[in-house]
Design a binder for this molecule. Structure first.
Ligand code: ATP
Ligand code: MG
Length: 367
């Protein structure tokens, strides 16, 4: 799929802009703080109804304005698609081919993007929360069922935590309602876990050969899911539910004591291994970056496998950080098949002919 035209109104430092894109590679060129990332972010927000760099929607609205609007005209295999997202102080409104969507979960997934930005190094270096967010955003992008399960999980988790707090402080003493929450939580936790395993199995399948290629055959990447229950990916759903159930039974007193849920997908993590060594602890900066890049490139293939077309790739400030070999490997992989956006402050730092031939957009102070 590709985006043909982007329209912005009161988006960050853009008062009004209409930009027509190339369906292959687009280079966004400009000095620091001119609005390059803002364009990339707007494309991402149009697809995910959420920013990759902030959870505060208000920050997307141009200072002193009360709403921001992003519109996009796209082409998908199934035909043209028009998307509109309005972010205001009161909330978000999303339109799909002119029709307002009641739920954002119905809107997300119509347009698929993969963003690779400097912050993505945190996928490897950062805390577990970053990796869980990655899993949730990426699985959600191809699975509305996952989004639904996740929302339900969070709701029950919240209720269960509140009840545990009340038991902790002895505001209530009856534990039977806790058992009800535990049953509900175990069921939906297992659905979330199952989908994460399935996603990771696919991701691993793509990421390993990609990483091998980028590292000139020297490195093998393995991804491991660290779950708070002892189950393997192959086990069926009922076994997973049972595992959660037993786990909660075992830690019940400790949970009441602490007043919080101590097991479940909200406490899980991912570990990346390069040549059997944990990259977070032992990897060099370059190995960590390559790992993050392999994962992102794997995602492109994974989305293609799931929906039958390639997502839009957003590369913000990352090309100049890669050595020439990695740069050209990346560009050769995507060449021709993925609509790509690249930001840079200096075109001279980019050597690949794909970029030299690409359409360049000059950005200055939000224009
Ligand atoms: P760099 O090369 O440093 O990454 P950039 O071109 O990617 O720069 P952006 O992150 O797109 O820069 O930001 C451009 C400008 O937008 C910044 O100067 C920032 O202060 C401004 N900006 C950010 N949020 C808002 C907002 N809500 N309203 C108005 N301006 C904003
Ligand atoms: Mg930037």
């Amino acid at each position: 799929m590709h985006i043909n035209e982007l329209q912005l109104k009161n988006y960050r430092n853009y008062e009004k802009a209409t930009i027509s894109f190339e369906n292959k590679v687009n280079v966004i060129l400009g000095e620091n703080a001119q609005g390059k990332t803002n364009v990339m972010e707007a494309i991402y927000v149009l697809s995910m109804a959420k920013s990759h760099r902030t959870s505060k929607d208000k920050e997307l609205i141009k200072w002193d304005c009360d709403f921001a609007k992003i519109q996009g005209e796209l082409t998908r295999n199934s035909g043209p698609l028009s998307l509109e997202l309005i972010v205001s102080t009161k909330g978000k409104k999303a339109k799909y081919n002119g029709l307002e969507q009641k739920r954002l979960s119905q809107y997300i997934g119509a347009m698929n993007t993969v963003m690779f930005a400097p912050e993505d190094l945190n996928l490897v270096k950062g805390n577990p929360q970053v990796r869980r967010r990655f899993l949730d955003m990426e699985i959600g992008q191809v699975s509305p069922v996952y989004m639904h399960d996740l929302a339900r999980y969070q709701k029950i988790l919240h209720q269960r935590n509140q009840y545990l707090k009340q038991l902790q402080t002895r505001k209530v003493t009856d534990q039977s309602l806790l058992d009800v929450y535990t049953t509900q939580l175990s069921e939906v936790a297992a659905s979330v876990l199952k989908k994460r395993y399935e996603f990771l199995q696919l991701l691993q399948g793509w990421a390993e050969p990609i990483h091998h290629g980028i590292s000139r055959g020297l490195e093998t990447l393995k991804i491991q899911y660290k779950s708070s229950v002892d189950v393997s990916a192959e086990q069926d759903l009922s076994k997973m539910i049972q595992a959660y159930y037993e786990k909660f039974d075992k830690i019940k007193m400790r949970e009441i004591d602490r007043g919080i849920t101590l097991a479940g997908p909200h406490r899980d993590d991912l570990i990346f291994y390069v040549n059997d060594k944990d990259v977070q602890t032992f990897g060099s900066q370059g190995q960590q970056r390559t790992t993050a890049l392999s994962i992102k490139l794997a995602e492109i293939e994974l989305i293609h496998g799931e929906i039958g077309e390639y997502p839009i790739l957003l590369l913000d400030d990352v090309l100049s950080e890669l050595d020439d070999y990695r740069q050209s490997h990346l560009l050769n992989t995507i060449q021709g098949k993925v609509q790509t956006f690249v930001t840079t402050t200096n075109i001279d730092g980019i050597h690949h002919e794909t970029l030299q031939k690409a359409t360049t957009f000059h950005v200055k102070a939000g224009e």
